[in-house]
Design a protein around this ligand. Structure first.
Ligand SMILES: C[S@@+](CC[C@H](N)C(=O)[O-])C[C@H]1O[C@@H](n2cnc3c(N)ncnc32)[C@H](O)[C@@H]1O
Length: 307
């Protein structure tokens, strides 16, 4: 149930701001200084009802792609020259017809340049519906599309490193990176399935905190300005607050105000990077804080010589 007392005033908490209006109408004055990262998951097409008559996702498929383009264009205008636009999205199947939404977003993008995509692997995503279960593999992924303003790769990038198996025993110890190997471009992250989804008006499509944590860690720095044009429950603002980023966002449905406020204030426990790694066996992960280099080259060599 959405809150009945609707309040259109912007919500401000810590350094996070949420506007309750369509992001198609966002304005430079609301955003303030240009943002260096836009990260969002747009509404699904013709699938979920978020409770607002004018929300994107109702109407034709072409109209859906076009309306989102208005938003991506505004994001372009309100961002720095080295900004990135990251869109987390999945495709849709309706009446047997396949709508490859990520591909169509990329194909119809105007000024942003498509430079990369990652896969969000969600082990607990739903299996195929009855209609398709004997015709299609189960869908356990969403795409993370990465767009930049040009092809000069001048954006912020910090690669997530995970422990290397057998690092110490490897004869080629000199070639090893003491910080570990890079996380592959498939990020394992169970979908958010809070038990209280109905009781507390939890958002039906909230993305997992840790996925946003990993992406903000990779693509932004402390103090950076980050924009989410489709806030939903406000995951981006919650993690932006935790990580010392200045978050701005838009949500057309004022009914999510209390939820967004509550989420900005929620605690967050960062994962060990190995938990996001498809090459690590889950039961062997030691959930310690692994965000800092754990092994120096000297120690690695020392342990190798001692072994
Ligand atoms: C997929 S959900 C976002 C979920 C979000 N990533 C989270 O973690 O909770 C998309 C959201 O976009 C909102 N929305 C739809 N059309 C919009 C518009 N024109 N402007 C702003 N928000 C809109 C919907 O109400 C919905 O909450």
């Amino acid at each position: 149930m959405l809150s009945k007392e609707l309040n259109k005033e912007p919500l401000k908490a810590y350094e996070q701001t949420a506007y309750f209006k369509s992001s198609e109408d966002m304005e430079a004055a609301e955003i303030g200084e240009p943002v260096s990262l836009i990260i969002t998951s747009p509404p699904y097409w013709d699938l979920k009802d978020y409770g607002h008559q004018k929300e994107i996702g109702k109407g034709t498929y072409e109209g859906y792609i076009q309306r989102m383009n208005t938003v991506w264009e505004k994001c372009y205008d309100f961002s720095t020259e080295n900004a990135l636009l990251i869109i987390i999205v999945r495709d849709r199947r309706k009446d047997g017809i396949f709508y490859p939404i990520p591909m169509d977003i990329a194909k119809n993008m105007k000024r942003w340049r498509f430079i990369d995509y990652l896969i969000w692997y969600s082990p607990n995503a739903k299996t195929q519906s009855k209609r398709y279960k004997d015709k299609l593999y189960d869908k356990k992924n969403e795409m993370i599309l990465v767009f930049a303003k040009n092809f000069n790769y001048s954006y912020t990038f910090r690669k997530i490193k995970v422990r290397q198996k057998y690092a110490h025993a490897d004869q080629r110890v000199y070639n090893k990176d003491p910080e570990g190997r890079g996380l592959p471009n498939i990020i394992r992250c169970p979908a958010q399935k809070p038990p209280n989804i109905k009781e507390n008006n939890y958002h039906v499509a909230a993305f997992p905190d840790r996925l946003i944590y990993a992406l903000l860690w990779t693509y932004s720095n402390k103090g950076d300005r980050v924009l989410d044009p489709f806030l939903g429950s406000g995951t981006v603002l919650k993690i932006a607050r935790y990580m010392g980023r200045v978050g701005v966002g838009y949500e057309i449905n004022e009914g999510f105000r209390n939820l967004i406020e509550a989420r900005i204030n929620e605690p967050f426990e960062p994962p060990a990077w190995e938990e996001l790694d498809i090459l690590h066996e889950p039961e062997k992960i030691n959930p310690v804080n692994t965000h800092k280099p754990r092994v120096t080259r000297e120690r690695m060599l020392h342990e190798y010589l001692e072994s």
